[in-house]
Design a protein around this ligand. Structure first.
Ligand code: FES
Ligand SMILES: [Fe+2]
Length: 384
């Protein structure tokens, strides 16, 4: 059964959140892939996952198969992971290569996407493919932008310019110099959950002291401020979050260079619609790229950074390791919880939920963002 998104009541969503069906409906998911993920600015991974020339990162997200490549001069490019002969994927796993060779019929490509060769292109005439015949057969590039080391793509290539899209968040974070982000780790997760529930959970500050009591006290969670940053960016702030939290590390990691004293305590985290989850502590940054695979199955990549050159040195090996362990433990707790919530939140009984005025306003705003963006697109008016 499909659901008519255009008939979902905004008032009801404001009161109870999105109806259960949108968390398990395959047609809704298909529309999300086309509209929210292809036409918006979705993240696919982190720049520092590509360290060396020839590093290739394949990403499956919302029905699209992409590759990020670091080319010979150290620049990153993003392409469809789709051979220009008959559409085979070129790469299945992260790897380092001098050229890309399609496993199906061995067409090969430069790291800049251009076609190098196509075996026996002229059949029995064994001459190499001509320059003229190579033209227009390179890998299809994808529009992208890198911000705070996060690789964002706009597959349809017609979204608003990224700088404009991200401007309100840039203004909010202008006191944080982001030119010294050092990747500590990237960890992959998978869960039987609709992507929206993973996002919703990230924007849920209420559960943190209960589910992650090792990382946050109820007292610190009560310090929460809602951040309605733009039509596509929502967040939360713990004004003195770090000071009331149990210490994650024995020796404190150095904070952002030159961060004002009044900013050295607060933590902020954001959802950049649709799938980028981004957490800024004075001493570390965490990004989670949520990658919808099926209606009720998502993968995630969680990357942890320290934010200061000194923090990346050998002096802080133990602290980086503890930080990475704590953040991954927290995410594992969420993944296990979300596997269970998928079943119940997508059931009819969940349509009688009650969003709480004190805690759930950012979640409500995310659900309304989703409804607005789905309804602004002609392809969403599916009939029941
Ligand atoms: S599909 Fe790639 S070479 Fe044929
Ligand atoms: Fe959580």
């Amino acid at each position: 059964m499909t659901i008519n998104v255009s008939q979902i009541s905004k008032d009801l969503v404001a009161q109870r959140g999105l109806p259960a069906k949108v968390f398990k409906d395959d047609d809704v998911f298909e529309t999300e892939c086309d509209v929210l993920f292809a036409q918006g600015w979705a993240s696919i991974g982190c720049g520092q996952q590509l360290q060396n020339s020839g590093d290739i990162l394949p990403v499956k997200i919302a029905g699209h198969s992409l590759i990020a490549i670091k080319n010979k001069v150290g620049e990153i490019g993003v392409f469809h992971n789709v051979c220009r002969h008959k559409g085979s994927p070129l790469v299945d796993e992260p790897c380092n290569k001098r050229t890309l060779v399609c496993p199906y019929h061995r067409w090969s490509y430069e790291l800049d996407g251009s076609l190098i060769s196509a075996p026996r292109f002229y059949g029995s005439d064994n001459k190499p493919i001509s320059h003229k015949d190579k033209l227009g057969k390179g890998l299809i590039p994808v529009r992208f932008s890198i911000w705070w080391d996060i690789i964002f793509v706009n597959i349809s290539a017609d979204a608003e310019p990224f700088d404009q899209f991200i401007k309100p968040l840039n203004e909010l974070l202008k006191d944080y110099p982001n030119d010294h982000l050092y990747q500590v780790s990237t960890t992959d997760y998978a869960g039987d959950v609709n992507w929206k529930l993973a996002v919703d959970n990230f924007l849920d500050g209420y559960h943190v002291p209960f589910v992650h009591s090792q990382a946050c006290t109820l007292e610190s969670a009560l310090d929460q401020e809602d951040l309605f940053v733009s039509e596509s960016i929502l967040g939360l702030r713990l004004v003195s979050g770090a000071s009331k939290k149990p210490a994650k590390t024995s020796k404190k990691l150095p904070h952002f260079d030159g961060l004002l004293p009044e900013k050295q305590g607060s933590q902020q985290w954001f959802c950049i619609f649709p799938n980028t989850l981004f957490f800024v502590d004075p001493c570390w940054v965490q990004t989670i790229v949520v990658k919808p695979q099926k209606t009720c199955f998502s993968t995630e990549s969680l990357t942890v950074y320290v934010v200061n050159e000194q923090a990346a040195s050998d002096d802080f090996i133990d602290e980086r390791s503890i930080l990475q362990d704590v953040l991954n433990e927290v995410n594992q707790q969420d993944i296990e919880l979300l596997d269970k919530i998928q079943v119940t939140r997508a059931s009819e009984a969940a349509n009688n939920g009650n969003l709480n005025d004190a805690w759930d306003q950012v979640n409500k705003a995310f659900h309304l963002q989703w409804l607005t963006k789905m309804n602004n697109q002609p392809s969403t008016s599916r009939q029941s």
